[in-house]
Design a protein around this ligand. Structure first.
Ligand SMILES: Nc1ncnc2c1ncn2[C@@H]1O[C@H](COP(=O)(O)OP(=O)(O)OP(=O)(O)O)[C@@H](O)[C@H]1O
Ligand SMILES: [Mg+2]
Length: 704
């Protein structure tokens, strides 16, 4: 595998300087290979290589070199907002060349026209899809598209949007795909009209193995058939303590949050034998206790683990908690993180060793059924082993229960190739959203023109045609598409729901419920929104089910479904409705977390989703001119974000005033922004001098 020293690159001197400033002396094999295949001549490429092998730099060189020679704009697309931030910060270096770096994620109902002044824009697949639907003019200047983490095309939830973005991007300009190792790289490269750059090079060699019980200890058998033993009564603890006692860090992956938390507690008990940086750990523990976006119990719980150098990490934790855990692990103060597989996706958090505690995970569709995790997931997790510059090699082991099981796992995960990535457009809701997206972003089309786009999907041709036929009929029947002469276009209702970026089934569920019902109670509206395909899902125990039904004292807008699976969705939506109902009635966060058994990250996710859905519900009711429903949904929307009763709606319009400050002011007879402006001294007394000063100024701006 060849490398190239950066001095030899046919690049602008200033670019080479920036690479050196980053400490990059030579380009590694995937980077050298990409250059050889025409990266700097603006060639389309699909780069597939392991995690941490330097794919981002390939994109940077491609984009910067292209923009400096041809002008225009470049867009860097990632599947996760966390990644968007990370890349945005990395690209700041290029501003010294006069390139302006912008970032856009989040709110879907805008065209972000302010982005027209930027040269490189970092965004997510969903956000770009939504910007195209809003026909953002500045997008016409984009001629370079980087599709990062492109293997996400294979993901059931995110895949359809990745594919739909790629179909449009490859018609509009240069496309550079960056992906983890996939087995059908040639097929995907051809589909992108790109050259394949496939390497298996890793910055740190990876030793893969299986660990299982032998007599009363544990034996690890590696791919090269070497073995070693670790001692203890549990394989994960034995292995973790072994690595940590040699100065390494460990990422432990468990299939569920509960398992991750219990494993972290177990490991913490054995950390007394390990030399830790106690002072620094105490500082981190204090930081954890001070965050303001998490519950008291979870902070207490984490504190007790972190002072022992261990933590768990999953999506139920608040953002600030996760940031502290990740950064203290990067600084090598925290020694062990026990995580769920979501951590492996994309966030750059390497460790010397990775141990995969279970290779089964709950099947989302068939309750209670377990299936083996895909090889791709194993590669993502094991790929986190080996810190460039710290470890001479990384180690990844899979826990199995017996020697017999070891053989099967060895074959499947260590010896075989990852699965091919394939289209996930093969579902009604994904495919119908795809059709809406094409018409919304590319304008009205004849049936034949629309079929051209359908033929460009990765779906088998026959299947694509079937979904096209059923989709067209369904969208016309539900007044989302209309046909004028031979042109298909969006109806008024259709274009509004496209702008709102809600799933067509969500829009139709809301419409049908609202059109056939009288004005109802708040819980009924919250339940309807949560019940839609875009609604949050949450687990509900049998005992909770009865309690929720008992507590319900008004007519819901959705009939109780017969089907078992639908019924569990119906109950899950009811629990979400009660959580949001408590939240907008100013029940405090800790009480809600305790009462419903959720984490602060879950509550935040539910509030964000329901903020968007109440907004969407309000707009659906207004486009259908359903006045009564519109008023209820509008008020609900103004209460969800901050979690407030109606009387505080005016106050929270002032930036800097959330639910706590609004309630405090209200109790002292300050009920509207006008009252703030009229009582500056009182406000400063209540909120403190400088915050008070700021709030008075903001309030004055609002009423001006
Ligand atoms: N030629 C190089 N020399 C030294 N360090 C490099 C080089 N190229 C990239 N790096 C560093 O390697 C690290 C990993 O790079 P990067 O995030 O691009 O990996 P990746 O292939 O995108 O991984 P993932 O698949 O997880 O997204 C980064 O910190 C980057 O700065
Ligand atoms: Mg990457």
């Amino acid at each position: 595998m060849e490398t190239i020293t950066v001095d030899k690159l046919p690049l602008d001197e200033k670019i080479i300087l920036i690479l050196k400033k980053r400490g990059i002396r030579t380009l590694n094999p995937p980077q050298a290979e990409a250059i050889k295949k025409g990266l700097l001549e603006g060639k389309r490429l699909l780069v597939t290589s392991p995690t941490a092998s330097g794919k981002t730099l390939i994109a940077e060189l491609g984009m910067v070199n292209y923009l400096l020679s041809k002008g225009g704009k470049a867009i860097y697309i990632t599947p996760l907002r966390a990644l968007t931030n990370e890349k945005y910060n990395t690209f700041k270096d290029w501003e010294s060349l006069g390139l302006k770096i912008g970032m856009s994620s989040g709110d879907y109902d805008t065209d972000d026209s302010w982005l027209e002044n930027y040269d490189i824009i970092v965004t997510t697949y969903e956000k770009l899809d939504s910007l195209w639907r809003h026909k953002a003019k500045w997008l016409n200047d984009v001629s370079y598209f980087v599709l990062d983490e492109f293997h996400y095309l294979n993901d059931p939830e995110r895949g359809p949007t990745v594919e739909s973005v790629a179909i449009r991007a490859k018609r509009k300009g240069v496309v550079l795909g960056l992906s983890a190792t996939i087995s059908n790289g040639n097929e995907i490269a051809k589909w992108l009209n790109a050259e394949l750059v496939a390497t298996n090079w890793r910055p740190v060699p990876l030793k893969e193995g299986i660990i299982y019980p032998e007599k009363k200890d544990f034996i690890i058998v590696y791919k090269d058939n070497s073995t070693r033993k670790v001692y203890g009564d549990d394989p994960i603890i034995a292995y973790t303590i072994d690595i940590v006692s040699k100065g390494g860090q460990v990422l432990v992956f468990r299939s569920s949050r509960k398992l991750a938390e219990s494993t972290a507690r177990k490991i913490a008990q054995y950390m007394n034998f390990i030399k830790l940086e106690d002072k620094k750990l105490l500082d981190i523990g204090r930081e954890i206790k001070e965050v303001d976006d998490a519950g008291t119990n979870e902070k207490e719980d984490l504190y007790n683990l972190i002072i022992k150098g261990v933590s768990y990490h999953h999506a139920g934790l608040s953002k600030k908690l996760r940031d502290i855990i990740e950064s203290s692990f990067r600084e090598r103060i925290l020694k062990v993180i026990v995580a769920t597989p979501t951590l492996a996706a994309g966030v750059n958090l390497p460790a010397r060793a990775v141990i995969i505690g279970d290779i089964y995970r709950y099947n989302r569709k068939v309750v209670g059924y377990m299936d083996l995790i895909p090889v791709m997931d194993y590669k993502q997790m094991s790929g986190r082993a080996g810190r460039p510059g710290f470890d001479e090699n990384g180690e990844a082991v899979i826990v199995v229960r017996s020697k017999r099981e070891a053989q099967k796992v060895f074959e499947r995960y260590l010896m075989s190739d990852v699965e091919p990535i394939e289209s996930k457009l093969g579902s009604e809701s994904a495919f119908y959203s795809f059709l809406i997206s094409i018409i919304a972003s590319e304008g009205e089309k004849t049936e034949r023109e629309l079929l051209e786009y359908v033929k460009e999907t990765l779906l088998p041709k026959e299947l694509a045609k079937k979904y096209f036929k059923s989709g067209l009929n369904w969208l016309l029947d539900h007044d989302i598409f209309i046909k004028i002469e031979d042109k298909i276009k969006l109806s008024r209702f259709g274009s509004r729901i496209s702008d709102l970026y809600i799933n067509p089934f969500t829009a139709v569920t809301i419409r049908e419920a609202l059109e056939k019902s009288e004005k109802s109670c708040e819980i009924a509206y919250l339940h309807l929104l949560a019940y839609t395909p875009d609604g949050p899902t949450i687990s509900v125990s049998k005992s909770e089910e009865e309690a929720l039904i008992d507590e319900l004292n008004c007519e819901l807008l959705v009939d109780e479904p017969e089907d078992e699976y639908e019924f569990s969705n119906y109950i899950s939506a009811l629990k979400v409705a009660f959580i949001v109902y408590d939240w907008i009635n100013e029940i405090d966060e800790d009480t809600i977390l305790g009462k419903y058994g959720i984490g602060s990250g879950d509550l935040r996710a539910i509030i964000d989703t329901m903020d968007w859905l109440t907004y969407s519900g309000f707009h659906v009711a207004s486009v259908l001119e359903l006045k009564d429903h519109k008023e209820v949904l509008e008020e609900l929307h103004m209460r969800v974000k901050d979690g407030i009763k109606p009387e505080l709606i005016e106050l929270v319009k002032v930036p800097g005033i959330g639910r706590a400050r609004a309630r405090l002011l209200y109790q002292h007879d300050i009920k509207r922004p006008e009252d703030i402006v009229m009582n500056p001294e009182k406000v400063k007394r209540l909120l403190g001098p400088n915050l008070g000063e700021k709030i008075v100024r903001e309030a004055a701006r609002i009423i001006a």
